[in-house]
Each structure stands twice: as C-alpha cells, then as structure tokens.
Ligand binder design. Structure first.
Ligand code: 5AD
Ligand code: SF4
Length: 486
C-alpha cells in the first residue's frame, strides 16, 4: 500500500509481513489558538495529507527518456513529488530497456537489492520494455514489485497508481499489441534543458528478425498531426528552440486525420514560431522517401542530419533480418541524401554477428562503411532476444568472433570519422549549447549535423543550455570538434 488513509487499510497493512508503507514527510503543526478551528481543520486536512514521493530511473533509448518525462508529469499530476534517491522515495520506478544483452537479468539483479527497502515500506514498479516482455513473471521473481506496465499502457497510469494507493499489489498494464491508442498527455515534465521531445508514432510493425520492439512497444500507431503541432507550439512557448520528433520508425508516420505525410509534418513542425532546429529519429530505409530530402533542402530549420540504420551491408543478411530492403535500395536512399544541397550528415546502426553472417557478408558491411562515409556509427554484437524470429536461428558465431568483427568495424569507422571531422578545421558553425565543463573551461554543444563541439567562451559566465553560439573550429578529433566562440 502506498498511501494509508483509513484505519481499515492500516489494519490490513499491519497484518501483512511488510512494514507499513509510509510515504509522508511533512510534520506540519498549526496552532488552533491563532487559527479558527474549522479553517484549521480544513488547512490541516490539506497540508497533513501524506506527501507522495517517487524516484524514477530510466534505462535505454530517447523514446524511454521521453516516456519518463510523460510518466513524471502524470505522477506529479496525481500529487507525487519527484525525489533524487531511492532512500527519499515512497515509490520506486524503473523504466527499463530490453533491446540488447541480458537486460532483464540486470533489472532483476537490481530489484534484488531493494528487498530491504520494501520492508521500509517502499513500493516498486517496473515500467517499459522489460515489464512488457517479462509480464507477470516479474511478480514471481521479485514478489515485492507491485506494478508492472509496458509503455503501451501508460495512458492507464493514473488508474494503476490509484489501485497501488488502495493497497493492491499485483497491478499490470500489459497491452501486448492490443491497443490502437497513443499516450497523449499535456502534463509532460520536460527534463531535458535544451531539447523538447515529441513522440509522433508509437510501436512498430516491422518485426525485424532480431528485434523485441514490436513485442514490447506494441503495434504501430501515429498521433494526429493536430495533436503533434499543438505539442510543438507548447514546447516553443516553454522556450525550447530545438524539437526532436521520435518514433521507432518515424518514416512510417500516417496521420490518422489523413492530412499530412511525414515530410509535410516535418515542414509544419519546422515552421512553428520560435523553433530553430528540428531533428527526427529513427528512420527506416524501407519507408524513407525522397520528399524527406526535398523538405530538408527547402527548410533551414530542419537539421543537417539523418540517422538511417542499415544493420548490414549484405543483402543476404538483410533478407535474413527481414529488413525488407537490399543493399542497393539502401544505397539509393543514401545517394538521394548525398545529392542534397545541404551538407546532410549520416549516421547508422550496424549489427555484427547476426546468425549466419559469413566473413564475406561482414566484408560487404565494411565496404558499405567505406562507400557511405558515415559521421557516426552505433555498432552492436547480435544478441538473441526473447520472442523474436531470430531466436530459432542458430547463433553459431562465437562471442569472440562477434567482438572481433565489432572491433574491426569500429576501428575502420574511427578512421573515416577522423577524416570527416578534420574537414571542419577552420570552419565557423552554429552550435547549440548543451552544458559546460568548468574544469576544462569548455562549453559543450552540438552542430546542426549533430556533431559534438567543445569550445572556449570569452567571458567567465558560460552560456545557458539551449542558447546558440558561432564557433570557429580550431582542432578536430574522430568523435568531436574543438573550437572557440567568435
Ligand atoms: N542484437 C543486437 N543489436 C540489436 N539492435 C536491436 N536489436 C538487437 C539485437 N537483438 C540494435 C539495432 C537497432 C538498435 C536500436 O539496436 O541496430 O537499430
Ligand atoms: Fe526493431 Fe526493426 Fe521496428 Fe526498428 S524497425 S524497432 S529494428 S523491429
């Protein structure tokens, strides 16, 4: 029980093994001599209400980071205050990720550490992909968890929280590709000081052979253009100048009102007054259309960056991965992007060691790196995931070989980036400030191309996150640029 208000529930709680759940921390006293009794009672009732506190830790991708912003806003709306540590919190939540490795095991190990805290009266919820993936099994392995909810059920959070407060201990929100609804809330508690996230599409229907997302985030569903635009305007009103549109596959966006395509939505968001930079992630080569490049060309507010995961340079492996495109199809999209009038920077995701990937397949991936000349590559060793079609494929490539291929790939990519980044030497570019490092007397930020830039600033007061600076590049590294504000 989270929040005890009646003697009946108090007794119920005392009868259990667990210590009572005490979440309040406001020992407020009012003097009846100076405050009339009736109003004192009313005030007492309001201020003596136990304070409800929560701690939320987020793992994984930007989608999870943004989901957490919505969960925080929803909890605050329900009267909860966010605190910085498990110790201070009455309710402890983990927003989990299960995209790779043994993520679920890590979550269970972590939950084990908190057995003791349950005895102190704290309550636990597991949210996100591990919650959806493991479902009610979590209650068996971690009986002190009271709430298990996947992201497709977050719209029911207020109801689930009310049940938690009423003392229920096995609350689930497990939609399992049932829902057609998106999680719409105006109570997003934005945590990022310089970037406003907007989810435009939830879930995924692509079912790539290695990927858990279609099972953990549910079926694909787009928000209406009207609702996305309203959120973009609210973000601008809050003072943000950068927006990032989010989705597992943003290119598959389909406006339920039938008004706008993804490219048109990009243009509309980019025109919101006050917005200077718009980013979007993640794109899927199968659904990436030429009008996206055209709209970037025509719209200065859209950033010079496309993240287009390729996963493999071998058409044979792409087929086994069920990616629904070939190497040539992918390279055609790359040629559209490269023929843009804008200097669009490219980044990608690559999986090495997918079942059946031969040394020749891997060489094709290496050739693709050389051909595309990405500015950033996220490389991963294939890891088998529950429920996925690839699970039944024989994962015969030894871990050492996967690690070797990944190292070869990243070493080569580092050299490509060294050359790419060195071309910026002497250039002056606009950088949006993200933070600063007083020890190094440097401000850090990003260029439109999403390249990290560390630069010196002439005055002792560093510019605020979200502000812009013109920076002249004085040195380059394979992963960052160095410069001075001009
Ligand atoms: N093994 C390794 N990498 C994976 N990814 C997704 N699923 C797996 C998996 N089972 C990678 C893909 C995807 C990125 C977000 O994570 O490259 O684009
Ligand atoms: Fe996973 Fe493929 Fe969907 Fe991306 S497109 S989330 S890799 S299934």
């Amino acid at each position: 029980m989270i929040y005890r208000s009646s003697p009946k529930s108090l007794r119920a709680n005392e009868a259990s093994d667990a210590a009572p759940a005490v979440l309040w921390s406001l020992p407020v006293r009012l003097d009846p001599a100076v405050i009339p009794v009736t109003s004192a009672q009313a005030i007492l009732k309001s201020v003596m209400a136990p304070e409800k506190t929560f701690y939320l830790e987020t793992f994984g991708c930007q989608m999870n980071a943004h989901d957490s912003e919505k969960v925080i806003g929803t909890l605050q709306r329900e009267g909860y205050r966010q605190v910085d540590s498990e110790q201070e919190a009455g309710l402890i939540l983990y927003n989990t990720c299960s995209i790779r490795d043994k993520a679920e095991q890590k979550v269970f190990n972590r939950l084990n550490d908190y057995k003791k805290l349950y005895k102190d009266g704290k309550r636990f919820g597991v949210l996100g992909c591990v919650a959806q993936q493991e479902g009610e099994k979590i209650f068996e392995r971690a009986p002190y968890v009271s709430l298990v909810s996947g992201s497709a059920s977050y719209r029911k959070l207020p109801e689930m929280i009310a049940r938690l407060e009423a003392g229920e201990s096995r609350i689930t929100g497990l939609d399992d590709r049932q829902t057609d609804e998106t999680f719409e809330t105006e109570f997003t508690a934005r945590q990022n000081p310089y970037r406003g996230y907007i989810t435009i599409i939830e879930g995924c229907d692509k079912f790539c052979a290695y990927c858990v997302v279609p099972y953990t985030r549910g079926k694909e569903r787009s928000r209406t253009y009207t609702s996305v635009l309203e959120e973009a305007r609210r973000i601008a009103d809050l003072g943000y100048t950068e927006i990032q549109l989010l989705g597992q596959n943003v290119n598959s966006y389909k406006d339920p009102e039938g008004k706008l395509s993804f490219a048109e939505l990009l243009a509309a968001v980019a025109q919101v007054s006050g917005i200077r930079r718009v980013r979007f992630t993640t794109s899927h080569p199968r659904d990436f259309t030429r009008d996206i490049v055209d709209v970037i060309d025509a719209t200065p507010t859209l950033c010079d960056h496309v993240h287009l995961p390729v996963q493999s340079g071998s058409s044979r492996v792409l087929k086994a991965m069920a990616r629904e495109y070939t190497r040539d199809w992918y390279l055609e999209r790359i040629s559209w992007i490269k023929s843009s009038r804008r200097p669009i920077s490219l980044s990608t995701d690559i999986i090495v060691g997918f079942p059946g990937e031969t040394p020749e397949d891997f060489i094709q991936t290496m050739d693709l790196l050389a051909e595309v000349q990405y500015d950033c590559v996220f490389g991963f060793k294939y890891s088998p995931r529950p429920n996925t079609p690839a699970l039944v494929m024989i994962d015969s490539i030894p871990e050492t070989e996967k690690a070797h291929r990944l190292q070869v790939l990243l070493d080569r990519q580092r050299e490509i980036q060294r050359a790419n980044y060195s071309r910026h030497l002497g250039e002056t570019m606009e950088v949006m400030v993200e933070g600063n490092n007083p020890a190094r007397a440097q401000v850090n930020g990003r260029s439109s191309q999403n390249k990290p830039v560390n630069f010196t600033w002439p005055s002792p007061i560093a510019p605020a996150p979200g502000s812009y600076a013109q920076v002249r590049i004085t040195a380059t590294h394979p992963n960052s640029l160095v410069g001075e504000a001009v």
